[in-house]
Design a protein around this ligand. Structure first.
Ligand code: NAD
Length: 444
């Protein structure tokens, strides 16, 4: 990180980048590692080819509409001034205002943010909520900052992107290493310039300032709803099934809780330190208490230690990758024994692995459907903020289930009609909706 003399940043420091060049989307050369954006484009192209999608529409949808890149100084507690870089990528807003999280992570790149913004467009379209897709991030290790430094960084970043966000323009939310406190700082920063109901500018806020009941557990609950729907179609009796969950964070832990409620026996869980296997079942309460006490899921009493790689290949009925991207690849897809995979994480499966799983008869519920419970409840929060009327947890829950069940039914139907896997089915359904909106608005 470079050290800069103290100079207060202003909006002129922002660089509005041209959207990506053709060159960036060029085919990979041999030996180069695929980026998430390459993956997103490949997934898009599979659906576009089947749909024989108008080349003009393809050209528009392959690139984010706008990317804002900002560099800004933050004064550290010890007086040093460090320069940070952040991005906001707005992919498409044909169906409504842009929507998508903001992550704080050392690995954030413009490429990652572009891919994630594109996935948000499809995710909102699949869920049938009136939003387009966006994503943002700051390249930072937030664990290395004090609370005061984190607040300064959050406020500076949000003030710089305030030019392009707003309750009816672009509505950010939490993502990796950002939370309801970050959203409170963002909202407060925005309120300095716009005092007219600023609550609706971000979702995932604390309850006291317009957050929604049920938002914390929404993504995990949505994963469970989609597993229940898939089980109904596949005639799987959930009470006789076993499950392994990778990642015991927000998504993985709530998925565990709701799947357990649905009768599934979770036999393995993991986090960044490794995993725990207990063939006769791991109760949500016992692993939550153990994680609270020790900080990880390792050495859960009565369990066998396993690696994160081994967890993916266990002999279980259901697998929920809920931690990282790119964990199911062409190297391990053939060894996956689960019949049903529900992607809690964003981008955990490489396109080649999709093909291997489909050929093996594995049903995979793609991320843009399985983990859309979070953004769907964000939509419910935004609606509550706009109408100044707040719903009970039961009401939010009921609305979320209705959204998720409809989304599942549409994706299932589209994949059956086209004889494709559920990911391509979800893309065909989402791209079809976005294209219809673009055409009727006169963009193409
Ligand atoms: P989180 O930070 O709460 O939890 C992440 C979990 O993954 C932690 O348990 C962590 O220990 C574990 N982990 C980290 N590195 C690991 C590794 N190498 N191997 C195994 N586990 C590892 O994050 P989260 O909110 O649960 O998000 C998880 C994934 O779900 C991300 O891909 C995120 O983009 C996606 N997602 C989250 C939401 C949401 O509402 N939180 C919504 C949609 C998608």
């Amino acid at each position: 990180m470079e050290i800069f003399p103290g100079r207060v940043s202003n909006l002129e420091d922002c660089l509005l980048l041209e959207t990506t060049s053709k060159h960036e989307a060029a085919p990979m050369s041999m030996g180069m590692q695929k980026t998430q954006y390459d993956m997103a484009l490949e997934q898009f192209q599979r659906a576009a080819d089947i749909m024989k999608l108008d080349p003009n529409v393809q050209e528009i949808l392959r690139k984010p509409r706008r990317i804002l890149s900002v560099n800004f100084p933050v004064k550290m507690d010890d007086g040093r001034i460090l320069l940070y870089q952040g991005f906001r990528s707005q992919h498409n807003n044909a169906l409504g205002p842009y929507k998508g999280g903001i992550r704080f992570h050392p690995n954030v790149t413009i490429d990652e943010v572009k891919a994630l913004s594109m996935w948000m467009t499809w995710k909102c379209a699949v869920a049938g909520i009136p939003f387009g897709g966006a994503k943002g991030g700051v390249t930072v290790n937030p664990k290395g900052l004090s609370r005061a430094e984190l607040e300064k960084l959050s406020r500076s970043f949000f003030s710089l992107i305030s030019e392009i966000v707003g309750p009816f323009r672009d509505i950010p939310a939490p993502d990796v290493y950002t939370d309801s406190q970050t959203m409170a700082w963002f909202m407060d920063e925005y309120s300095k310039n716009d005092r007219n109901n600023p609550f609706a500018v971000v979702t995932g806020k604390p309850l006291i300032i317009g957050g929604s009941l049920g938002r914390d557990s929404a993504t995990g609950r949505g994963v469970s709803v989609t597993v229940e729907e898939a089980a109904r179609h596949l005639k799987m009796d959930l009470k006789k099934t076993t499950c392994a969950i990778q990642g015991f964070g927000n998504v993985g832990s709530y998925a565990h809780m709701f799947l357990e409620e649905a009768g599934v026996k979770v036999v393995a869980v993991s986090d960044s330190k490794g995993g725990a296997l207990k063939k006769n079942g791991i109760w949500f309460n016992e692993v939550a208490a153990h994680k609270k006490k020790t900080g990880n899921v390792l050495s859960l009493p009565g369990s066998e230690p396993i690696t994160n790689e081994e967890l993916l290949e266990l002999d279980v009925d259901i697998l929920v990758p809920a931690a990282l991207e790119d964990v199911i690849t062409d190297e391990n897809a053939g060894k996956i024994r689960a019949k049903l995979v529900a992607e809690g994480a964003n981008g955990p499966t490489a396109p080649e692995a999709d093909d291997i799983l489909f050929k093996k008869g594995v049903t995979l519920i793609p991320d843009i459907l399985a983990n859309s419970g979070g953004v769907s409840t964000s939509y419910l929060e935004w609606v509550q903020n706009l109408q100044h009327l707040y719903w009970s947890a039961e009401e939010v829950d009921q609305r979320l289930k209705t959204i998720m069940k409809k989304a599942f039914a549409e994706v299932w139907k589209t994949s059956q009609e086209n004889n494709v896997n559920m990911r391509t089915g979800a893309y065909i359904y989402a791209i079809g909706k976005v294209t219809e909106a673009m055409k009727i608005r006169g963009w193409v």
